[in-house]
Structures are given as C-alpha cells and as structure tokens.
Design a binder for this molecule. Structure first.
Ligand SMILES: Nc1ncnc2c1ncn2[C@@H]1O[C@H](COP(=O)(O)OP(=O)(O)O[C@H]2O[C@H](CO)[C@@H](O)[C@H](O)[C@H]2O)[C@@H](O)[C@H]1O
Length: 479
C-alpha cells in the first residue's frame, strides 16, 4: 500500500513538539506492515540544509498563485517529498513563529499551499507514486482532504490525526476567496463562527478521524476537552479512532544511547549514577543523593507547569532537587527561572530546546513531572518508562492510558509504573509528590517499578499494526 503523509514537522529534520516524533517514526513502523510512506513537508531552511541530493520531481506553476518545486529525497530511512517554495518557507524563525515569537501573518497561505500540493499528489501528478491513502496531521495539513473533496478527481481515502485540538488553524473569513475553493465549501466545510477553521474542515472532509490515545478520543467528545469541536467530532460517530503513540525504540534506547555518559539496562540500573552525576553538573545541582525531579516540556498552560512553583517546597523540604528544560509562555518561564535563582544547587533550569540534554535528563533523573491539564498522548512519559525514570503524571488523555498508577493493588501485583493524580490542582499535585517520595524511599519497590516500566512495550509495534489495519479498512471501504 502507498501512503502519502503530510506533516508540518518531521523528526529528525524539524521539530517543535510531539507531532514531529510521530510523523517521523510512524512511516518506519508501517514499513514492517507493507506500507510504503512518502512524507510531504515544507522546504524549511533546516530541511533544505540537511537533505542531500534532492531530486526535482515536479514544478507547480501556481499553488494559490505561488510557484513551487517538488523535490524527492531519502533521509535517515524516510522517503520525503519536499515542497520547495522559498517565498513561503525560507524564514529565519521556526516553522510557525517568526523570531519575535509571533505567528507568521501568512500562515494561512503557507499551510494551504502545502495542503494543495498534497491534494495534487493524491490526484496523481507523480506517475511513480499514486497514493492509495492520504494521512494528514493537525490543522497545518487539514486542508488536504478539503482540496481533495472539491477537486474533480477520484477521491483517495483520507485520515486526519488530531495531535492537539487546542490548535485549530483559525483565520479571518475574508481570506476564503484566496483558497481557490468553490463558494459552497465555505459553509459546507470551513466556516467557524464567521472565521475559517482548517482543523474543522479537515475533520468534516476526511474519511476517518483519529487521535493519539483512546482516552483523548473520548475526552474530545466533551465540552471540557473538545474546545468547541466536540459536537462536530461526535457527528463523525464510529469514524473516530484513538490510537496511542509509540516511540522510536532505537533513538530512545538506554543501553545503546550515544548521548549518555553511561549506558545501562534494566539489569544494570546502578550505572544510571554516571548520568546522574553529569545531570547534577549540567544543572548546577548539589552532588547529593536527593531524588531528582525533572521537567522536559513546552512551558504552557496545557502542560500544567505553572503549578510547579506552587508545589516546589514539597520537593525541596524532602531533600529533592529539580532540573527543568523548556521554553514557552514568558510568565511560566519567569516563575521557574525565579525558582532556580532563589534555590541554587536545588533547582536548575535550562531555557530552550535541547534534544540531546533531554536524553541525559531521562537517564539521570529519578522522576519526570507531567502535570498536564490535557494531554492527547504525551511522549515524555513514554521515554521515561524506557529509561527507568518514574513518571508522575496527571490522570488525563494518553497519560492515563500509558501509566499504571502505583496504588496498592498495582503494587501488590507488581504492575505499577508511575504515579497519577487528579484533578490538576496544586493540592492533588502535592499529594502525589508526597506519595512518590514515599515510594522512592523504598529502594526495592522503586527498582521494581523502574524495571516494570522498562519492560513495557512503548515501541510502535502494536500501534503500527493498528494504523496499518485502519489504513487497510479505509482503502477497502473506498473500493
Ligand atoms: N525544551 C525541550 N527540549 C527538548 N525536548 C523537548 C523540549 N520540550 C519538549 N520536548 C520534547 O518534545 C516532545 C513533546 O511531545 P509531547 O507528546 O509531550 O507533547 P506535544 O504537546 O508537543 O505534542 C502533541 O502531539 C503529541 C504527538 O501526538 C502528543 O503526544 C501530545 O499529547 C500532543 O500535545 C517530546 O519528545 C519531548 O521530550
């Protein structure tokens, strides 16, 4: 089966969050199921620089009035189609934000053009690659099924995956005429309280909708989590699927991770000490035995990290330490930086994004904090399981699905892998920290939990097969 995947980020080329990890790992997992994936991505500077010897495969004379070239390349096991359109993608900031932290004003066009290119590939412009199915991710590629629906071409089955419903790609309604869609598409697909919603239109026009965990698939049917789209999603009925993410078990493998000073496995957990020492040094933490809590995250309201300063005394009073890596909302950044400045040796912070350092943190710290208010799947806790770092998570979405809480029954059965708490309030969070510290003080119990986590299959094995089945079902239905 041939699949066209369209994504706005892709590990290892360009990443701002979990979407890149999934878009990068899924094609490799699916290859084992006979699925041949090509991934269409924008020709951002990082992509153009990293990819060697791309081949020109098509010239677009006009994608919403922009000329663009389609390049084909292979990179680290991935087959890529790169939309080279410097006037839209050659920018000095990130994929979505300029260097001043604001959205590019033409994001509506940058991702509509990407989507239109995707729809044209689906319609068969590349004789060597006629996809059987199109898989799009989040609002940035959500217009692909819309362009497919309104094109005079045979319709290829499509799947849209929602990685985060909070980002909907909402733009002024007055831009509609520039999208080169028929007038009736406005009310049929795109209109959202007078504005345009790219995500909404993708949910309406795709043959199936998936999200990245079973719990989140249920949550987004409710007003609390659906962010205004709950009714629309409910209307898709049995076309909605929840498939939990996996992780790339080769990139994240503590026994062969070249980014670590000290590789280890479940039988050599003592070797984590080498990573712990490096972590203490990197974050300016005291070289004592206190449990190290870690945060690796976008610092946003979603992730609940504004609560950390409120519960910090719970960690510090017990002789614990905290290492934070992240960036995001300026008020959360400032509060955490303040906590680090005030508690030198006990709290350390690295502001920014650092993939390498995130490996060391998973390998050297004892507990990873993921107090998200909502979490479609979450990957950080999955990396933690693999690295013998105990996840302390909010009981929501994929966090609830992937971590087994250390309650009495789970401990007795030896299946606990972490600590969950709800609701996401400072009080419940404090209580969970106390509970975690109690578990940590029992060396035997703690290492049993570490080993249990390291044993869990967090790879793409199972979910890769589930996606392959779903693809097959959609293709068979379309025939
Ligand atoms: N400062 C930093 N330095 C280094 N690495 C950092 C970092 N900040 C974050 N990361 C890394 O970025 C990734 C974040 O992935 P998540 O799944 O946790 O969240 P995100 O909200 O981006 O993704 C959305 O999409 C994914 C994929 O479907 C869902 O799992 C998730 O719930 C949803 O919100 C992880 O690999 C994490 O380690």
């Amino acid at each position: 089966m041939k699949v066209l995947s369209v994504a706005s980020e892709l590990y290892p080329l360009i990443k701002t969050g979990g979407l890149a990890d999934v878009a990068g790992a899924l094609p490799i997992a699916l290859a084992a199921h006979g699925v041949e994936t090509k991934t269409l991505i924008p020709g951002y500077p990082a992509v153009m620089k990293a990819v060697k010897k791309p081949k020109k495969v098509y010239d677009f004379d006009s994608l919403l009035d922009e000329r663009a070239t389609l390049l084909s390349a292979r990179h680290e096991g991935l087959d890529l189609l790169i939309l080279d359109c410097p006037q839209l993608y050659e920018r000095s900031g990130g994929p979505y934000l300029a260097t001043d932290g604001r959205d590019y004003p033409d994001n509506w066009k940058r991702f509509a053009v990407l989507s239109k290119a995707g729809a044209e590939i689906a319609a068969g412009i590349l004789p060597d690659f006629i996809p059987d199915l199109v898989h799009v991710h989040d609002w940035q590629s959500a217009l692909v099924p819309v362009y497919m629906r309104y094109a005079e071409a045979p319709e290829v089955p499509s799947l849209i995956t929602i990685h985060n419903i909070a980002f909907q790609g909402q733009f002024a309604g007055s831009l509609f005429p520039y999208l080169e869609l028929p007038g009736h598409a406005f009310y049929e697909a795109l209109e959202y309280y007078g504005t345009l919603s790219y995500l909404k239109s993708g949910i309406i026009t795709s043959h199936a909708v998936s999200t990245v965990s079973p719990s989140y698939a249920e949550e987004i049917l409710t007003p609390e989590f659906g962010m205004g789209l709950e009714g629309l999603i409910a209307s898709r009925g049995s076309d909605l699927y929840g498939i939990v993410n996996g992780i790339d078990a080769d990139v994240w493998n503590p026994s062969a991770d070249e980014l670590l000073p000290s590789a280890y496995s479940a039988t050599t957990l003592k070797k984590r000490a080498g990573n712990r020492a490096a972590l203490n040094e990197r974050f300016g933490l005291d070289a004592d035995d206190g449990p190290i809590f870690a945060v690796i995250s976008r610092l946003t309201w979603q992730k609940g990290l504004d609560l950390v300063p409120e519960v910090l005394d719970e960690i510090l009073d017990a002789g614990g330490k905290l290492a934070i890596l992240g960036s995001g909302d300026s008020f959360i950044e400032a509060a955490l930086q303040g906590a680090a400045a005030y508690n030198r040796g006990r709290v350390g912070m690295v502001l920014g994004y650092d993939e390498k350092l995130s490996h060391l943190m998973q390998a050297g710290s004892d507990i990873i904090l993921v107090p998200s208010r909502f979490e479609p799947c979450g990957l950080t806790q999955l990396y933690a399981l693999r690295y013998g770092c105990i996840p302390l998570v909010a009981r929501t979405g994929g966090l609830a699905d992937t971590i087994i809480d250390a309650n009495e029954a789970a401990l007795a059965a030896g299946v606990a892998t972490g600590v969950q708490f709800a609701p996401v309030t400072a009080d419940a969070f404090r209580h969970a920290i106390r509970r975690t510290l109690r578990l940590h003080s029992d060396q035997r119990l703690w290492s049993q939990m570490q080993k249990q986590g390291m044993k869990s299959d967090v790879s793409w094995n199972r979910s890769g097969a589930t996606y392959a089945d779903l693809y097959q079902r959609l293709v068979s239905k379309g025939q």
